[in-house]
Design a protein around this ligand. Sequence first.
Ligand code: ADP
Ligand code: MG
Length: 747
Amino acid sequence: MSAVELETRLTTVLGARTANALEKTLDLRTVDDLLRHYPRRYAERGTLTDLSALQVDEHVTVLARVADVKTYPFRPKGGGRAGGTNVRTEVTVTDGTGSLVLTFFRQPWIAQRLTYGTVGLFAGKVNSFRGRKQLLHPEIAPLDGEDDDARAREFAETIIPIYPASQKVSSWAIQSSVGLVLDALGPNVLGDVADPVPPEVRDRLGLVGLARAWEGVHRPRSTDDHVRARERLRYEEAFVLQATLARRRAVATAEPATARPHVRDGLRDRFEQRLPFALTLGQQEVLGEIAHDLEREHPMQRLLQGEVGSGKTVVALLAMLQVIDTGGQAVLLAPTEVLAQQHERSMRAMLGPMAEAGMLGGEEAATRVRLLTGSLGQKARRAALLDAASGEAGILVGTHAVLEENVQLAELGLVVVDEQHRFGVEQRAALVAKGRTTPHLLVMTATPIPRTVAMTVFGDLDTSTLRELPRGRQPVQSTVVGVAEHPTWLDRAWQRLAEEVANGRQAYVVCPRIGDPALEGPSAEDDTGAPPPPDDGSEADDERELVGVLALADVLESGRLAHVRVGRLHGRMPPDEKDAAMSAFAAGDIDVLVATTVIEVGVDVPNATAMVVMDADRFGVSQLHQLRGRVGRGSHEGLCLLVTGAEAGSPSRERLDAVAATADGFDLARLDVELRREGDVLGARQSGLRSSLKLLSVVRDGEVIAQAREDAGAVLAADPGLVESPALARAIDRLEESAQAEFLEKS
Ligand code: ADP
Ligand code: MG
């Protein structure tokens, strides 16, 4: 007897046609695949589908009652007689309030099957015909028909699962396939299926076992059945994912690394003593965590999050100096050239003589800071490569050019990644290959990440958070300027900018595009790799002309800001021009900088006090928060004007109002996550793991994720090899395999 198992192909259990359709249209190959294809929802007797909620073009399965049947003869186009089989049958079904028309051509027998009062399941793609919602030639499954006693009885007794279906396989075909599979497995095999969630965890949380969960989710006898089944399966997804991340972390931190203990009176101590300010308590705490990690003979894997201006860079620099004090080197990776240049400049400025090794005025035991970007000239590039390879450069700041093969480092000890966006597994591997041992890793992000997202997206890293801003920072006053209702307010905005400039301050104007078709190409500029703003479908984007940097700068220069020095900055400018524009702004030689989001991250000009964001509705919530973090960095209060043409009360406007009303980055991050779709939240970093999440929502299921993280951590800590939990080990391996496969498919 060849028993059916989870790995058994569906072709051996089901009819060839159904098995093929399941594989072709829903990618379900094995018994396990099918059992993990969960119903989208459940139809209960007496609760018909809400027909008013149906969307055009959606593939739906509805439970409804026949309210009217009409038959119309029609004359075929190619000739022939009306009547006979040449009839159109219109069946109106209802949920009691709304209605839906089912239309059939040349199927006169439909009128006999779907008589008045019949309750049935109907599936098809919704279209709109003469202002009414219609299914054309839907699949039908009448439930009261005497030809189908079994289904009628089933309907009376149980709840009907509604599956994600396709044109080729209806929801009820899936339902009966699942039934066949569950019966083929039988209670014995099902009962023996190894459960990835260990029994002690299940017992403690009161979760049902896997076999019962599969019965409950696919063949519930009561609401309680499927609620408990889903609860358990949702937990399992979180648990296996967290166990996978915990194991990744365990593997990464088990690698050998060179310990970089704190050297007394080294560069780190001397630098800290010379800072013109004292570190905040938060900075001290975080630096303590990092310093402790660096002392270990295993690589640090840490995420440092804190808002713009919270003092991350200072902490990272202290960590780099601790590494340099032990003879190691640090690499600082920035997402863009502008930021790399700025980091290099500000590190040099902060370090002063400490960064001038071998130069006149350089102090004893000093180090060097070197910049390495793709656009560097030959000479500067050679010098940077030489200093990196010889170990003269303690700090190498750069873009992805640093990852290239010909870049060698004498003693790479620490990698700091500023903004996580483009740093993934491959980049890490490239850097690991450059060191004798695996370098310590510190990822910095200025986008505050809600805890659950951090646990999922950065679940393989330890997290440090800077919550407070250094004292003395001024809040940024934010106001939404709705030009739809108040066209003259834009004028007021320019007036305000002119006033700031008259007071000796500087300002940014941010636009969503460059405004020169020749420069823009097919896709909008995205220098920062930040996620796109949510698409809430509230506006016809393409119809509105968006403000561009170049056009607006011209208009301002020749009009409202005629007596003001206006500069331009965008990602498609040659690097030397970009650098020149940034330097001129930083030096105060430009009063108003009109720019794209290229200024979003890290740019630090304390004298800049005002910002006008054009078409602010085009930016995401967190992105706007980042942007306004550019102003109010000095001792003067900051002002941010969010200009929008979106109507008051529209979703876009509400988003902007929330940004204006909320100063806390964490609150906004939470809001941002709620507004974004699941896939966007997880981002590219863990894209391979995303498809394992069918029931779990990173946005809604924070508590489940936190619980699962704790439980998975405990299980792995007690039994690192998972000897006691082979089913969990297998589930992790499977997840890693599919993540790997997905990763390869994409690259
Ligand atoms: P982040 O990298 O998080 O944006 P930075 O480290 O660049 O923040 O710090 C922002 C500004 O605040 C810098 O000008 C920095 O010199 C200053 N700063 C950092 N820490 C403190 C502190 N403890 N007290 C006062 N100012 C600080
Ligand atoms: Mg910074």
